[in-house]
Design a protein around this ligand. Structure first.
Ligand code: ADP
Length: 380
């Protein structure tokens, strides 16, 4: 019945995955084109790297398909799944990307100007290359459409809500995947109250009650909530007004500041990379980690309050899955919520690391698999 291709397009990279289609998508190979623009490079995970030179999304896709030829094994690509950052208020599930759906997603570009255009450029390239194959859009916002109104709105005049100024929440593909694992392996827990902490270069926490998102730390944009590699996280909006009025900063300069120069990088002045920060002797690196840990503790508390309790905490993402140091630091102040870890199991990155009344789990995320599953459903 053919294979499934997943595509995750950013401003400077195009990640891909090739899967067998049925019954559960079966991973064949992943990789990415990095440094899109002037000096791109194609990397097949565990395989060769190829320097590509100047490359846009469409050229990157051609190069990817050429490199995947040996993996196709005579099969065709039957369906393509795209990670799309913003689905707006309309999409609580994946959608087949026809002209009408794409036009609606294009209208959301102002809500996610740094991501949505790249996602849609990739959709256009894939439709041109595979005109007969279904293209499926999977949204980072979709999992959060279950938020109650109080977690969906800001306290602005009502017309702003109606014009789309809402707390959308992001990282939904990751939370969808984690919730699926909870359904399969921890059926009693998924019926309870779980704070899922996705800690990667981007970072957020989602309150999952009875398998549904009821609150998340990210809001209108992927800037809110936790500090991240280079993003500020929660910020008093008065700071933005002050920078504009007193320092004459433009929207572009503030965008650059908040998305690319803040967070762990801005606080440490050293790097956005947690592994490097943990190894650093620079006191600013230690302070950046202190701030990061404190904000995670604070937001886990907020998520517990938003659910009326806490039965479990799940760590995922590059930092959540791999850093026993950060997990240890975060949990050492959460004993009052029943959250403590067994030092040995935490150090060994075991799945169950809790030592108190509240379950504490490490579950590796797999956002691409959520996309591949949506395509598998569309191509049957
Ligand atoms: P992305 O959000 O781009 O997918 P990842 O989920 O891969 O990013 O997370 C990247 C982060 O995970 C980096 O800050 C990296 O240093 C951190 N990380 C990965 N492995 C470890 C580790 N063993 N210890 C501490 N941090 C780690």
């Amino acid at each position: 019945m053919g294979l499934i291709l997943t595509l995750n397009a950013g401003s400077s990279s195009l990640k891909f995955g090739l899967y067998g289609a049925q019954p559960e998508p079966d991973l064949i190979v992943t990789g990415q084109v990095e440094k899109l623009g002037l000096a791109a490079r194609l990397v097949i995970d565990g395989g060769p790297q190829t320097e590509l030179g100047p490359t846009d999304h469409a050229q990157a896709l051609s190069q990817i398909m050429a490199a995947l030829a040996p993996y196709l094994d005579g099969e065709i690509v039957a369906g393509i799944g795209h990670r799309i950052v913003h689905g707006g208020v309309a999409h609580s599930a994946p959608v087949t990307l026809d002209e009408d759906a794409i036009a609606k997603l294009r209208a959301l570009i102002p809500l996610a100007p740094l991501h949505q255009p790249h996602n849609l450029a990739c959709v256009a390239a894939a439709r041109a290359m595979f005109p007969a194959a279904p293209q499926v859009g999977c949204f980072d916002t979709a999992f959060h459409r279950t938020h109650p109104w109080v977690n969906d709105t800001f306290a602005l005049p009502r017309e702003f809500y109606d014009m789309g100024v809402r707390r959308y929440g992001f990282h939904g593909l990751s939370y969808d995947y984690i919730t699926g694992v909870l359904h399969r392996d921890y059926p009693e827990l998924v019926l309870g109250k779980v704070a899922v902490a996705h800690l990667g270069n981007g970072a957020s926490i989602c309150a999952v009650r009875n398998g549904q998102s009821v609150a998340s730390t990210m809001g209108f944009s992927a800037l809110d909530g936790l500090p991240m590699g280079t993003r500020s996280g929660q910020l008093d909006p008065g700071v933005v007004l002050y920078l504009m009025t007193e320092h004459g900063m433009s929207a572009e300069q503030i965008t650059e500041l908040l998305y690319r120069k803040s967070g762990l990088l801005g606080l440490s002045g050293v790097t956005s990379d947690m592994r490097t920060l943990e190894a650093s002797n620079d006191p600013r690196a230690a302070q950046a980690i202190d701030y990061y840990v404190f904000r995670i503790q604070r937001e886990i508390g907020a998520m517990a309050a938003s659910m009326g309790g806490l039965d479990g905490v799940v760590f995922t993402g590059g930092i959540g899955e791999n850093s026993s140091y950060i997990r240890g630091r975060v949990t050492e102040a959460l004993g009052f919520l029943g959250v403590t870890v067994n030092t040995g199991r935490n150090a060994a990155n075991e799945t169950e690391i809790g030592a108190g009344a509240t379950r504490v789990l490490i579950i590796p995320t797999d956002e691409e698999r959520i996309i591949a599953r949506a395509v598998a459903r569309a191509v049957v």
